[in-house]
Design a protein. Structure first.
Length: 500
C-alpha cells in the first residue's frame, strides 16, 4: 500500500486537507511508493501561524537554550545518518555513499549553528564622546521560509534552518515534493532534541504553496535553491512584498585544463565532478575547457574512466551512479545527447537507452561525453542537470577565460594546472563565486559561505557561513549616554565622591 507523508506543523504530523496529492517514485524501479499532500493556502497559513506563535518565545530565548537543543539534534542526526541516507536513496535514487556524504555536509552547518554565539557577538565602542558608548547588536527577523530542491533533500535544508533557528528565528520549510521523507524525519529528530513546537515546520506542495510563502505578510525572509528561472521569480516576487531574499539559481560550471596539468588527476576529477550523483547537482562540472594540445589525450582518459563506472540501484553497494529522479527528467537529459551531433558536437559516449537488468522500469541513463562542443549547442548553453559532460577546445588561457566569463552563469569553476602564477591569475580574473584550484567541486566548508555570481544568485547574501548569520539577522546600533553617579540629585547618596 502506498504510504502518505504528512506535513509537520506546530510540532506534530498533520494530514493534508487539500485533497490534492503528488506521487513519489523509487527512481530505481519506477514504482510509486509514497504520496505527498500538496498544501493549499490555508495549510501554508497554518504553518506560518504556528511559526509566528513560537517566535514570541523562541526569539527571546537564550543562546544557551538554542545551542543546547542544536547539540542534542546534532547527536541524533549523527546517530540516524544511515536512516536519513536510506530515505534519500529510496526517493532520490543516489547511491548510499553519496547520500551519506550529503548528510555529512549538512552536519557541518549544524556544527556551525551550535557555535552561533560566536557569530552573534556584538561590538562596543566606549567613550565615543563624553560619557557616550555605541553598541552594535544583531537580532532575529521573525518567521523565515526555505524552499529547497530535490537533488539534496537533507543537505540544502540544513544549509538554512540550523543557522536560522540558532539566530532566534522560526522556520517554515517547503521541500521538494519529489523526495519529501528526509525533511520530515529531520523534523521529528528536532522535536526529539527538544525544539519547541512551531519553531520548525514542513509543508509540502507545488507552486501554489511556494507563491503563498512569497507574499505572506508574516514571512520576513525567503531562502531558495533551485533553477535560475524560479530563483528569479522568487527574488522578484518576495522582494516586491518587502522580504529579504537569497535565491540560488542554476549553473554551468567550467573546468579549465591548462597544458601543464596532471591529466590523470584532471580526468579523475572530471569524471567524479560530472557524473557523481548522476550529475544532479548545481556544482557539477558540466563543461571541460581544454587548452592547447591536451584535448585529445584528456578526452581519451575521461572516456576510459567513464566506461568503467558501474550504474545501478543506490541500495547496491557496488553501484557508483544511480538513476535520475524521474522518467521525464531522464528523457529531457537524453534529448541533449540525441540532438548533439546535429548541432556540431562529436558524441564520444552516448548513455541514452541504458538499462539495468532487473530494474528495467527505473529512470536509467548512462554516462555521455560530448567533444568539440560549440558554444551555440544546446548541450552547452543549458543546465542539463544530468550525467552529460561537454568538452570545448581553445588555443590559449585567455580564450578559455573569455569563454567561461561569457557564460550567463557564475556559480563555480575550477582550473587544473601545476603553475601557481596561472592559478592565482585565474582565481582573480574568473567571474564566478566559487573557484577550485585542482579541486573540481569547490563547495566551501560550513564556516565559509556558498554562492555564485550573475544568474546563479539573486539577492545580496550567499548561504551559510558569515553570510548566513547576516541574512537571518538584522543589525541594530545603540548609542547610550548615562549621567555620572556623582551627578545624582541632592539627597541621594550612592557613595560616590562629588567631583564638582
Amino acid at each position: 500500500m502506498t504510504k502518505t507523508v504528512d506535513h509537520w506543523i506546530g510540532g506534530k504530523a498533520v494530514e493534508g486537507t487539500s485533497g490534492t496529492y503528488g506521487p513519489v517514485t523509487d527512481p530505481a524501479t519506477g514504482a510509486v511508493t509514497t504520496r505527498v499532500p500538496f498544501a493549499d493556502v490555508s495549510e501554508v497559513d497554518a504553518a506560518v501561524a504556528a511559526a509566528k506563535t513560537a517566535y514570541a518565545t523562541w526569539g527571546t530565548s537564550s543562546l544557551a537554550q538554542r545551542t543546547s537543543i542544536l547539540f542534542r539534534f546534532r547527536a541524533l542526526l549523527d546517530a540516524h545518518r544511515d536512516e536519513i541516507a536510506a530515505l534519500i536513496t529510496a526517493e532520490h535514487g543516489k547511491v548510499h555513499s553519496d547520500a551519506l556524504g550529503e548528510v555529512a555536509r549538512g552536519l557541518e552547518i549544524v556544527d556551525l549553528a551550535c557555535g552561533i554565539n560566536v557569530q552573534l557577538k556584538g561590538e562596543l565602542s566606549t567613550q565615543v564622546a563624553s560619557r557616550v558608548d555605541v553598541a552594535s547588536i544583531r537580532q532575529p527577523l521573525g518567521v523565515v521560509a526555505g524552499i529547497t530542491p530535490f537533488n539534496f533533500p537533507a543537505m540544502v535544508p540544513m544549509w538554512m534552518f540550523p543557522i536560522a533557528i540558532a539566530c532566534g528565528n522560526t522556520f517554515v520549510l517547503k521541500p521538494s515534493e519529489k523526495d519529501p521523507s528526509a525533511p520530515v524525519r529531520i523534523a521529528e529528530l528536532l522535536a526529539e532534541a527538544g525544539l519547541p513546537d512551531g519553531v520548525f515546520n514542513v509543508v509540502h506542495g507545488d507552486k501554489a504553496a511556494v507563491d503563498r510563502l512569497l507574499v505572506h505578510p508574516d514571512v520576513a525572509a525567503v531562502s531558495f535553491v533551485g533553477s535560475t528561472p524560479i530563483a528569479r521569480h522568487i527574488h522578484t516576487t518576495a522582494s516586491a512584498h518587502g522580504k529579504r531574499v537569497q535565491a540560488l539559481g542554476g549553473a554551468k560550471n567550467h573546468m579549465l585544463v591548462l597544458p601543464d596539468a596532471d591529466l590523470d588527476a584532471a580526468a579523475d576529477a572530471a569524471v567524479s565532478a560530472a557524473y557523481g550523483s548522476a550529475g544532479e547537482r548545481c556544482m557539477a562540472i558540466s563543461a571541460v575547457v581544454a587548452v592547447g594540445p591536451v584535448g585529445d589525450e584528456l578526452v581519451a582518459k575521461i572516456k576510459e574512466r567513464a566506461e568503467k563506472i558501474k550504474i545501478g540501484p543506490g541500495t547496491d553497494p557496488e553501484s557508483e551512479m544511480g538513476p535520475l529522479i524521474t522518467a521525464a527528467h531522464r528523457d529531457k537529459v537524453a534529448s541533449y545527447v540525441t540532438g548533439a551531433a546535429a548541432q556540431g558536437c562529436e558524441v564520444v559516449l552516448d548513455g541514452t537507452g541504458h538499462t539495468v537488468e532487473g530494474y528495467e522500469d527505473g529512470h536509467w541513463i548512462g554516462l555521455s561525453l560530448l567533444d568539440r562542443v560549440p558554444v551555440t549547442a544546446d548541450a552547452y548553453r543549458d543546465e542539463i542537470f544530468g550525467p552529460v559532460l561537454c568538452v570545448l577546445r581553445v588555443d590559449t588561457y585567455e580564450e578559455g577565460l573569455a569563454l567561461i566569463n561569457a557564460s550567463p552563469f557564475g556559480n563555480g569553476t575550477a582550473v587544473f594546472t601545476r603553475d601557481g602564477g596561472a592559478a592565482r591569475r585565474f582565481q582573480l580574473e574568473v567571474e564566478a563565486g566559487m573557484v577550485g584550484v585542482n579541486v573540481p567541486i569547490p563547495v566551501p566548508v560550513g564556516y565559509h559561505s556558498f554562492g555564485g555570481w550573475k544568474d546563479s544568485l539573486f539577492g545580496d547574501h550567499h548561504i551559510y557561513g558569515n553570510d548566513g548569520t547576516h541574512f537571518y539577522t538584522r543589525g541594530k546600533v545603540v548609542t547610550t549616554r548615562w549621567p555620572d553617579p556623582s551627578d545624582t540629585p541632592a539627597g541621594v547618596d550612592l557613595g560616590f565622591p562629588r567631583t564638582h
